[in-house]
Design a protein around this ligand. Sequence first.
Ligand code: TRP
Length: 467
Amino acid sequence: MENNRAQWGSKLGFILAAAGSAVGLGNIWKFPGKAFEGGGGAFLLMYLLIVPLIGMPCMMSELAIGRAAQSNVVDSFGRLGHKGYAWTGWVGWAVAFIITCYYSHVGGWVLRYTVSYAMESGKVYADPLGYFYNMLGYDAAAGSTFIPWPVLIFATLFMAVCCFIIIKGVEGGIERFNKIGMPALFVILVVLLIRAATLPGAAPGLKYMLSIDASKVTPQTFLIALSQAFYSLSLGMAIMITYGSYLPKTENIARNTFMVCTMDTLVAVIAGFMVIPAVFATLGPEGVGKGGGFAFVSLAGVFQQMPGGAFFGFLFYLLLLFAALTSTISLIEGIVAFLIERKGWKRTPTTIAVGLIMFLIGCLYTCSQAALPIKGIWFDFKNGITYPAFCDAMEFLTDRIMIPVCALGCCLFAGWSWTPENVCKEIEQGGIRFGLVKLYSFLIKFVAPAAIIVILAVSLFTGTTLS
Ligand code: TRP
């Protein structure tokens, strides 16, 4: 075993890094849209059950695997005596790769909006949807499309900053930023939540989030909620195993897991209760079907009706930008750390090469939103072969297939091959008592794998709602 692996500088360092990875665009950009798609209250209820029953045991397992193996996402399984699970690590690695391609671009969109609120909030307010479309290369008034150069430049900047930070290894700075940035994001979310919830016309949105429509309690909703939970908790693999391997033996994995999952879920739920009522109030229920533009389009109405709105808008996107930055860095770190360790490549050229490739693939993501008719390919038994927009295909592939497959491998490994006894032994290192051994074993052996198998079957056989 190597003893020279890096370790987190401080007790808080790990929690902040893990929370920084978890709290990201997934919480604020994806969660509200999924919650709407999944029927509001029905989705919320499922999500709040999934996090403790499936998310927490999975995160705990990943951290324990990483810390016990002291290795990267692919080799960890072999180190613990089960080389046959290397595929799980490869899938996880690929997930991180694909996600980063588009994540860094959405980071660019956020950067664009940060600048927009600083310079031209009036233009955003005048036509929130048009502004968003225009950013992505679609002129709704003229019905014409164009290559969205400005936003591609913002995405280039965002990716360049991420790569720069990874090359310089200024994690210390990020840790320090997180200490202020995370609580600040939280406070501003609460302020916006109050403003959004009290907008005229927000009540139906609140009602939507709080009432459970029984017809929405379907396997489809469950599929969306489960994949969103994995995504939001950064349980796509490359991250938590890598992070676990940097964790000192004296740290309490169970408590850290609980804290990270709670923080992440809290941010997501607050974002949901802020964005959905805002959409109802500003775009009306008919504006709700507008998909991924949620966090960008709907909030304009909230800021417009706030004293100092442009400033709050600027601050909000700035904090979202940092949340996106810490998540992107964790994603790239997972990919780069593996290549360096496995292939013996150098940090700087590896980061630049990987960053460049991911950025270029990401261009297809941004351009296929509206500007260019780039298609992906998709298959399920209900609809056969379909050709969704490239950007949608990318997200379907990771969220609905690869992340669950990877999480399944991880559950089977922890539950049946390496065994829960070993996971718990790892958790109890350094004299910590873990009181939930039986519950954990049951969840990781039966509940989590069964749930994942069900959702994989649902997405394969009944198809997904392709828009
Ligand atoms: N969890 C992050 C978010 O909510 C995204 C993310 C970071 C992620 N690292 C990951 C998702 C690893 C899957 C795997 O935005």
